[in-house]
Design a protein around this ligand. Structure first.
Ligand code: SAM
Length: 288
């Protein structure tokens, strides 16, 4: 007869305020046989604060495949495991996907222990529409890549949620303004649940300027939230998009935009921008 198999608990930990560790998380971290942690030193602080002595093992991006295979063996041999990341909910811009996917594929029990998550924490207090949202994780690090990454999001009606470090926030806000425009409400939620928690709101350019003149606003971790596109496409724009798609399938975007301008009467620059938003330009034109 097959022996008992272990359970994988996916445990959320605080994003700054240790008081946000739930009772249930504390009990699971105490009771499991092993805790798989993104950074064992970080997690050791949390465990020491709670008086928990459970054994720790490293599970991070660099060893994910190997560590996942070993942890699956442990689960199959009957050990109960908790997966944690440095802060917040594992798998959300953090390691763990491979472990959870493999555990599920093997029919092992995976139990979520919910708690803090920076994206949801920011969204619930930002004052932007929360009925529909799109979590995007971290944007790319170079400006050209970021602009190409924003372009297909221009029509998105859901609130956009991005993770970013304080150091790169100004550049990201500047690219965001260039591609998504100036008429959207943007919120920067910084140092959530910590002593200097701050919510700033305004246009992307205004926020970039505010952060440039107040260096304190560049410190720490932050979430950027962007109001979705509130002006549905007009019939004209839909037609321009259709013409542009046909031409851009055969021509570089700049040329396609020129011809589409002659055919539709719209301005070439507007069509070029529309092409970028539709994701028609990135490969051929090398962008902007
Ligand atoms: N797994 C985490 C979660 O559930 O939110 C996210 C981990 S990701 C590697 C780290 C990013 O989350 C930071 O760069 C920042 O964008 C965001 N973040 C984490 N803690 C935060 C906080 N206290 N305030 C604002 N943003 C935070």
């Amino acid at each position: 007869m097959e022996g008992k198999r272990g359970i994988l608990y996916v445990v959320a930990t605080p994003i700054g305020n240790l008081g946000d560790l739930t009772e249930r998380a504390r009990k699971v971290l105490t009771d499991v046989d092993l805790i798989a942690a993104e950074d064992t030193r970080e997690t050791r602080h949390l465990l020491a604060h709670c008086g928990i002595n459970t054994r720790l093992i490293a599970y991070h991006d660099h060893n994910e495949s190997k560590a996942a295979a070993r942890l699956i063996e442990s689960l199959e041999s009957g050990l109960n495991l908790a997966l944690v990341s440095d802060a917040g909910t594992p798998l959300i811009s953090d390691p763990g996907y491979e472990l959870v996917a493999t555990a599920r594929a093997r029919g092992l029990a995976v139990v979520p222990i919910p708690g803090a998550n920076a994206a949801i924490c920011a969204l619930c207090a930002a004052g932007l529409p929360s009925d529909r949202f799109l979590f995007l994780g971290f944007p790319p690090r170079t400006s050209a890549q970021r602009r190409a990454w924003f372009a297909p999001l221009a029509r998105e009606q859901a609130t956009l949620i991005l993770y970013e470090s304080g150091r790169r926030a100004i550049e990201t806000l500047t690219d965001l303004a260039a591609i998504l425009g100036q008429d959207r409400r943007v919120v920067v939620a910084r140092e959530l649940t910590k002593r200097f928690e701050t919510f700033l709101s305004g246009s992307a350019d205004a926020l970039a300027q505010r952060m440039a003149t107040d260096a304190e606003q560049q410190l720490g971790e932050l979430v950027i939230l962007v109001e979705g596109n509130r002006s549905p496409q007009t019939a004209d724009e839909a037609e321009q998009g259709r013409v542009l798609r046909v031409l851009a399938a055969e021509l570089p975007l700049r040329q396609a935009a020129g011809l589409a301008a002659q055919l539709t009467g719209a301005r070439k620059n507007d069509l070029y921008r529309l092409g970028l938003e539709l994701g028609l330009g990135a490969k051929r034109s090398g962008l902007l």
